[in-house]
Design a protein around this ligand. Structure first.
Ligand SMILES: Nc1ncnc2c1ncn2[C@@H]1O[C@H](COP(=O)(O)OP(=O)(O)O)[C@@H](O)[C@H]1O
Ligand SMILES: [Mg+2]
Length: 266
């Protein structure tokens, strides 16, 4: 039985779709059968991030409303053997779904895959609930800013209310220069605001934008920058102990050395 992990945030634009696609790809490349699900119906864009927008025939509303078989909604990645994508409906509301069929949908995914990652919309609306109610774990994606962290706090409370057992944090778009200039908060101060464990930090990295808009290749470079961060996060999800920054393996040593200096000294 696989694990269903919701990727959520308080504010929009923190990097949920980026995290879902890249961590999904990293898990698949490490040999785990992985499904990434677009739970952001209406504003779907995970298909573009994965370069699969022209491969979609059916979405999960077709299965939940009993129009097609479960296998028909699985879209296989053209880049990675173990990666599958499940599209969101463009028009149908998740609130109209039958509860038993919705449960069967998530259960079928968990029966088939090792990991099911659900890319949620920002906040705690219908799309969030559609996935959150069935999540085993959650990843909160936040920027290192007070507003982003404060909104994340409300989502964390809701997830705990729903009984999600493990809720962990990814701080995204960490930029050493902006932290030095006190435009962004340092990692320790972010951790003080939220009382959940840190799953990883992802640096601001131009190659993320490039891969998100081109769809492929999905972070082939795992030796530095965001690619390495996503690979490390996948390792931690697999239960491996990976230091938050693996300086030995960091190719772009400069940025990681500077990030190291951004934790409080003691
Ligand atoms: N670590 C990063 N470095 C650079 N750009 C990033 C990073 N993470 C996300 N982005 C960019 O930020 C924008 C919003 O990311 P996205 O994943 O779509 O956010 P969300 O799904 O939370 O709304 C995208 O243009 C994406 O390419
Ligand atoms: Mg998104």
């Amino acid at each position: 039985m696989g694990k269903m992990i919701i990727i959520a945030s308080g504010k929009g634009g923190t990097g949920k779709t980026t995290v879902t696609s890249h961590v999904g790809a990293a898990l698949a490349s490490k040999g785990r059968l992985t499904a990434v699900v677009d739970a952001d119906a209406g504003f779907r864009n995970l298909d573009i991030a994965l370069g699969l927008e022209s491969n979609i025939v059916y979405d999960y509303s077709d299965f939940i409303n009993d129009r097609v078989a479960f296998d028909d909604i699985l879209v296989k990645s053209s880049d990675l053997e173990n990666l599958y994508f499940v599209a969101a409906p463009q028009s149908e509301q998740t609130t109209d779904f039958d509860e038993e069929r919705t449960e069967l949908f998530w259960q079928s995914l968990k029966n088939r895959f090792d990991f099911v990652l659900a890319d949620a919309p920002a906040g705690m609306g219908d799309g969030f609930m559609f996935a959150a109610k069935y999540a085993d774990e959650a990843i909160i994606v936040s920027l290192a800013e007070t507003a982003s962290l404060r909104d994340a706090d409300r989502v964390i409370a809701e997830l705990e209310e729903l009984g999600v057992e493990m809720v962990r944090l990814i701080l995204n778009r960490i930029n050493p220069e902006l932290i030095e200039q006190k435009i962004l908060m340092n990692v320790d101060d972010c951790m003080d605001v939220l009382s959940i464990p840190l799953l990883g930090i992802v640096p601001e990295d131009r190659s993320v934008t490039v891969s998100m808009t081109s769809g492929a290749p999905l972070m082939a470079a795992e030796s530095f920058g965001a690619g390495m961060a996503f690979s490390n996060i996948a390792d931690r999800l697999l239960g491996n102990q990976v230091p938050v920054m693996n300086f030995d393996k960091a190719g772009k040593r400069g940025i990681w050395e500077r990030i190291k200096g951004l934790f409080s000294a003691n």
